[in-house]
Design a protein around this ligand. Structure first.
Ligand SMILES: Cc1cc2nc3c(=O)[nH]c(=O)nc-3n(C[C@H](O)[C@H](O)[C@H](O)COP(=O)(O)O)c2cc1C
Length: 373
C-alpha cells in the first residue's frame, strides 16, 4: 500500500464538504480572543471534551490547536494555560468518531523519533483521523524556557525539512535505517507500528514567508494563509500563485485560513457583542505585549498601529466575521470563491456560540452547495 497516500483518501478532511470548517485554538485559555469578559474560553480539558463531542455531532470537520508554551501576560495572562497539543489531540480522538484532530508541533522542540511515534499513536487512537501542523517557532521567550536556541529564519526551515524527512522515514521504513542529516542523526532506527491503514497523517503548515510557503508546497497537504476581507482579491491572487508554484513542483495542496466569528440574530447584536468583548473589554495590556514581541509599537508602525492593535485583540489577526447568519454565510461563501478549501474559526466561548452557528450558518452553506448539510 502506498505510504504517501494523501489526506484526500482520509476521513473527515477528505469528505464531500466543499468548504471545510474547523475550530481553532480551543486548547488555550481565552482561545483566540484577547478579552477580559467573564465568559471568555477556559481552555480546560472538561470544556474541550464537551466541545469535541458537540463538534463531531454537528458536522465540524476538524480541530486545530495552538502550540503555546508561555502565556502572553496582561490582565488575563492571555493563553497562560494551554493543553499540550499531542496529548490533547489523542484525548479528543479517543472521544470522537468523525472529525480530524491536529497536533501542532514545534519541530525544534520534539525529538523526531518521539514525535513520529506520538503521531502514529494518535493516528491509531483516531483510526486515521490525526493531522500534523508543523511549526518552526518564532517566540524567543518560549525557546529560552527550554534552553533551546531559536535559529535564524532560513535555518529554521532547513532544520524542519530534515526533521520532517526523518519523521516520514520512520512512518514508512519497513526495515531498520540510519539517518545522517546536517542536524538530525539517527542510528539503526526501528519504528513500528506505521500510521493507520497504510496512509500517512495529513500534514499542514502556516508559513507566511516565501521560505515557509515553499516548505508547505514541498511537504504539506494544506497551507493556512491569513487574509483580510478588504484584500480578498490579493488573497485569491496569492492562492493562485502558490498553487501554480506547487504545480511546477508537481504538488497539489489545499488552502485554508483562520477566522473569528461573532454570529447573532441581527447585525446590530453581533456588532454590539463584538464591541463589548473586543473593544470595551479587550485585554489591551496583553495586546500591547504581543505586538511588542513582534516589534510592533506606535513608533515602529505609526500609521497602522491602531488597526494592528484591534486586529490582534480579535483573534490574533484572524479574519473577523461579525454579523447575522446571512452575513456570516456570505463571507464564508466569498472565501470559498477566492479559492479556499476551508477555515479554522474561533469564538469568544466556543461551547456557547457553536450551536447557533451550526443551526443557522451551516444550513445556509448547504443550500449554496458548499456543505453536505
Ligand atoms: C493558522 C496558523 C496557526 C499557527 N500556529 C502556530 C502555533 O501553534 N505555534 C507557533 O509557534 N506558531 C504558529 N503559527 C505561526 C506560523 O507557524 C509561522 O511561523 C508564521 O505564520 C510566520 O511564517 P514564517 O515562518 O514563514 O515566517 C501559526 C500561524 C497560523 C497562520
Amino acid at each position: 500500500m502506498l505510504r504517501d497516500a494523501t489526506s484526500r483518501q482520509r476521513t473527515s478532511m477528505g469528505n464531500a464538504n466543499r468548504l471545510k470548517i474547523g475550530l481553532f485554538g480551543s486548547n488555550c485559555s481565552s482561545g483566540r480572543a484577547v478579552t477580559m469578559v467573564p465568559e471568555r474560553w477556559s481552555g480546560s480539558w472538561h470544556d474541550n471534551l464537551r466541545l469535541v463531542r458537540l463538534a463531531d455531532e454537528r458536522g465540524i470537520d476538524f480541530m486545530l490547536p495552538v502550540a503555546r508554551w508561555k502565556g502572553y501576560g496582561g490582565d488575563t495572562d492571555y493563553q497562560g494555560a494551554t493543553l499540550e497539543t499531542m496529548t490533547w489531540a489523542t484525548g479528543l480522538l479517543a472521544n470522537s468518531k468523525r472529525l480530524t484532530v491536529f497536533g501542532t508541533v514545534h519541530a525544534p522542540l520534539f525529538h523526531p523519533l518521539i514525535a513520529a511515534k506520538e503521531f502514529v499513536t494518535a493516528d491509531h487512537v483516531g483510526e486515521g483521523r490525526f493531522g500534523l501542523n508543523v511549526v518552526c517557532g518564532w517566540n524567543e521567550g518560549e525557546f529560552d524556557m527550554f534552553g533551546a536556541t531559536l535559529r535564524d529564519h532560513e535555518t529554521r526551515y532547513e532544520y524542519a525539512q530534515e526533521w520532517l524527512d526523518a519523521v516520514k522515514r520512520a512512518w514508512a521504513a519497513e526495515t531498520e535505517f540510519d539517518f545522517d542529516g546536517a542536524f538530525v542523526k539517527l542510528k539503526r532506527v526501528r519504528a513500528w507500528p506505521k500510521p493507520w491503514g497504510g496512509t500517512r497523517p495529513l500534514i499542514m503548515n502556516a508559513g507566511a514567508s516565501p521560505t515557509g510557503q515553499l516548505f508547505a508546497i514541498r511537504n504539506c497537504d494544506a497551507l493556512f494563509m491569513s487574509t483580510r476581507l478588504a484584500s480578498l482579491d490579493t488573497y485569491a491572487r496569492n492562492v493562485r500563485e502558490v498553487r501554480e508554484l506547487a504545480r511546477r513542483e508537481g504538488r497539489e495542496l489545499d488552502f485554508y485560513t483562520v477566522g473569528v466569528i461573532t454570529c447573532k440574530p441581527t447585525m446590530r447584536q453581533a456588532q454590539d457583542y463584538y464591541h463589548h468583548c473586543i473593544v470595551e473589554h479587550a485585554d489591551w495590556n496583553a495586546v500591547d505585549r504581543i505586538l511588542a514581541m513582534k516589534n510592533i509599537t506606535p513608533q515602529s508602525h505609526p500609521q497602522e498601529f491602531a488597526r494592528l492593535r484591534s486586529e490582534q485583540a480579535n483573534g490574533m489577526g484572524g479574519l473577523p466575521i461579525v454579523g447575522d447568519p446571512d452575513y456570516v454565510a456570505n463571507v464564508l461563501a466569498t472565501l470559498s470563491e477566492a479559492g479556499l478549501t476551508g477555515i479554522g474559526v474561533s469564538f469568544v466561548n466556543y461551547l456557547d456560540e457553536l450551536p447557533y452557528f451550526c443551526d443557522e450558518v451551516l444550513p445556509r452553506l448547504a443550500r449554496r452547495g458548499l456543505r453536505a448539510h
